[in-house]
Ligand binder design. Structure first.
Ligand code: MN3
Length: 224
């Protein structure tokens, strides 16, 4: 089987002025496309390995991947999975989705961070503090609780603690802090890009992701 580059769910310029069209075009059509190409090339070297159809299932079980290609699958499968999620978590500006969390996600954010401001403070610090390339995440842990973490390279919370990821769980929010995600517009000013992210975050998608993760954990999926 071969993985394919998903279409962006909006135009390259749809996130302007927060994320510029040229950055989105290169990020999607070159960077994300290269992860897909390189993932397929790695898998082609081990034809006896039956990769799952879903890339999330692939990276969630790296131990099953032949050792000869495991590093390439981790990097490029992670890149494919992370970007596929990232595009869905962004919303055209002015936002077509809710501008703040609601429902069970809102309740959980209040419980774990004291509110949206507390979450943003932790998330921004994780995104700013990631040295070099990586991602910031809001993760729903298996018990339904929330945590903010960052990962290096293209590692994902889906890879799990067995793969050395700090906190395993389902990604609820994701922010790419590789320079390719912001350098054309923001150059060295990563903090400005992080601040701009909150203007184009799709809270509806984030809420659906949390509700699904919480339902799977047995934690209440609806706000009281
Ligand atoms: Mn990227």
């Amino acid at each position: 089987m071969a993985y394919t580059l998903p279409a962006l769910p909006y135009a390259y310029g749809a996130l302007e002025p927060h994320i510029d069209a040229r950055t989105m075009e290169i990020h999607h059509s070159k960077h994300h496309a290269a992860y897909v190409t390189n993932l397929n090339a790695a898998l082609a070297k081990e034809p006896a390995f039956a990769a799952p159809e879903c890339v999330n299932a692939l990276i969630a079980n790296l131990d099953a991947v032949p050792a000869s290609i495991r590093g390439a699958v981790r990097n490029n499968g992670g890149g494919h999975a992370n970007h596929s999620l990232f595009w869905k978590l962004l919303a055209p500006s002015p936002a077509v989705s809710a501008k703040s969390p609601s429902g069970a996600l809102k309740t959980a954010i209040e419980k774990h961070f004291g509110g949206l401001g507390g979450l943003q403070e932790k998330f921004n610090a994780a995104a700013a503090g990631r040295f070099g390339s990586g991602w910031a995440w809001l993760v729903a842990k298996p018990d339904g609780s929330l945590a903010v973490i960052s990962t290096p390279n293209q590692d994902s919370p889906l890879m799990g603690t067995a793969a050395g990821v700090e906190t395993a769980g389902a990604p609820v929010l994701a922010l790419d802090v590789w320079e390719h995600a912001y350098y054309l517009k923001y150059q060295n000013r990563r903090a400005e890009y992080i601040a701009a992210f909150w203007n184009v975050l799709n809270w509806d998608v984030a809420g659906e992701r949390y509700a699904k993760a919480a339902a799977g954990s047995g934690a209440p999926a609806q706000a009281a």
